[in-house]
Design a protein around this ligand. Sequence first.
Ligand code: UD1
Ligand code: CA
Length: 519
Amino acid sequence: MPQPHLRTVVVLAAGEGKRMKSTLPKVLHPLLGRTLLGHVLSAAAPLGADRTVVVVGHGADQVRAHLSEVAPDATPVLQAEQLGTGHAVRIALEAVPDGAGTVVVINGDVPLLRPETVGALVTAHEEAAAAATVLAAEVPDPTGLGRIVRDADGRLEQIVEERDADTTQRAIREINAGIYAFDAVRLREALGKLSTDNDQGEEYLTDVFGLLRSAGEPVAVHVAVDHVETLGCNDRVELATLRRLLRDRINEAWMRTGVSLLDPVTTWIDVTVALDRDAVVDQNTQLRGATVVGAGALIGPDVTLIDTIVGPAASVIRSHAVGAEVGAGATVGPYAYLRPAAQLAEKAKVGTFVEVKNSQIGAGAKVPHLTYVGDATIGEQTNIGAASVFVNYDGVNKHRTVIGSHARTGADNMFVAPVEVGDGAYTAAGSVIVDDVPAGAMGVARARQRNIEGWVVMRRAGTAAAEAAQRARDAKDGQPAGDAKGASGTTGAASHSEAIHGATETVGGASGAGDTATE
Ligand code: UD1
Ligand code: CA
C-alpha cells in the first residue's frame, strides 16, 4: 500500500505509574515475552514509521537501556518533568524535523493493542484527511478514563477527563483509548495553544481535539472493534488481568494452528515462542523467550522452557530448561534440569534428577538417573551409569570430559576433568576416573571390597545387629541361637587389621563393573 505521508510514531512512556508501587518504571513491567512498552512498539512496527520517538522521564536510564535492546532505531526524548500528555508530545515533536505527515501517538501502557487496529486507525485518519483521529472504545466500566463527548450529530466535540467531567459526561461509556493519529502541521499548531486550566494543572493532549474542532478542523473518532485491546495498565491487578487476556489470545491462536493445549488456563506462552503442528502442551507449562517446539513434541505437565529448542516428537516432562536444545525424539525428565548449552542429539535421553550444562549428549545416548553432566561431550549410543558426576571444576577453572560412542560407564562414577573415555570403553561402578580410559578398555578405579568375618558380633556385642548376626551364624552352623559370647575375639581382630591394610588394593584384571567377589 503506498504511504501518502511521512509517519512519526510517538510513544508516551515518561510517567511513573505510581499505582504499580514498583522501583521498575511501569512500561518496563514484563507481560508474556515483552515489556508493556515492547508490546506497544511491536503493535506500531508494521506502520513502517519513518521515525519512532519514545518520551522517557521516570526511570529514563532504564527505559533508554531497554530501548537500545528492543528498538535500537527508536529515539528516546527526555521529558524531565511530567507536565501532561500534551506537554510530552510537544517535547517529542521538538526532536522531529518540521514537516507534513501523520503523527501517531500511543500511550505506553496499552499492551493488548493489535497492529491491525493501529493500522485501521491510521488508514481511516489518512483517508478522511482528518486533522486528528482518536481511537475510542465502548467499555463496561469507564472509571478513570477520558470520555468521548459527541454533539447532536454524533460528531466528536471534545474529550473530557473524568475528573473534569460533569455528571452527564461521566455517564458516557465511550472512552479515549489513548491512541491517536494527527496531521503533523495542525498538531504542532494546537499543541502551542494548550492551557493547563484543568483539575491536574497539566497540558492535556486530549484538549487538542476541542481546539481543532473549535477552529473548524475535521476531527474524527475511530471505534475499536474489541475494547479489550484498549485496556491500559495502572496497577498490578490490571497487569494480572492483561496477562490472562493475552494468555487466552495467544493460546487460542496456537490451538487454531494445530497445537493441542490440554489445559489452556495453566499454559503460559510468550508472544515470542513458536510451536509446530501437533505439538501437545500439558498443564502447568510455561514456554518463554525464544523457545521453539517442534511438530508432535510433548511438553508437560509442569515444564518451564526458556529460550529452549525442542525438536519434533521429543518429550519433556516435569522439567526446567534454559538455553537448551533437545533433539528430535529425545526424552527429558521427569525432574530434569537443562542449563545453557545443554544439547541433546536425536533420541538422546536425560532422565530423572539429572542436571546438564554446556554439554553435548550424542544421538541415542542415555543419562538416565541422578547425574550431573557439566562441560562434557558424550558420544552416540553411550550409557552413563546412575549417580555419576562430571567433575568439571577444579575450584578455579572448568575442564571438559569426553566420553566416546557406545561406551558403558558404571554407576556412581566421578569423571574428574579433563579426562577422556574412549569409544566402546567400560568403567567399573564406583570408580573415580582421573586418567583416560582407552577405547575398548575397562577402567576400574576403586578399592576392592574386604569382609571382616564376625566383626559385628565382636565389636558391637549386645546390639540387635550382633544378635541377628549370631542367630544367622548359629543357623548356618546348625546350633541353637542365643549365645553371642561364643565368638572368637582374636580372629576378628586379625581380619579387621588385614582389611585396613588391604584398603588401598584395587581390583585388577577383567573383573569390574559387575564384580561381586567377596573372598
Ligand atoms: C490518558 C488520557 C485519557 C485516556 C487514558 C487512556 C490525557 C489527558 N488523558 O489518561 O483521556 O482515557 O489516557 O489510558 O491524555 N505520560 C507522559 N508524560 C506526562 C504524562 C503522561 O509521558 O507528562 C505518559 C504516561 O507514562 C502514560 C501515558 O502518557 O504512558 C498516559 O498517561 P496517564 O497519566 O496514564 O494518562 P491517563 O490519566 O490515564
Ligand atoms: Ca493511564
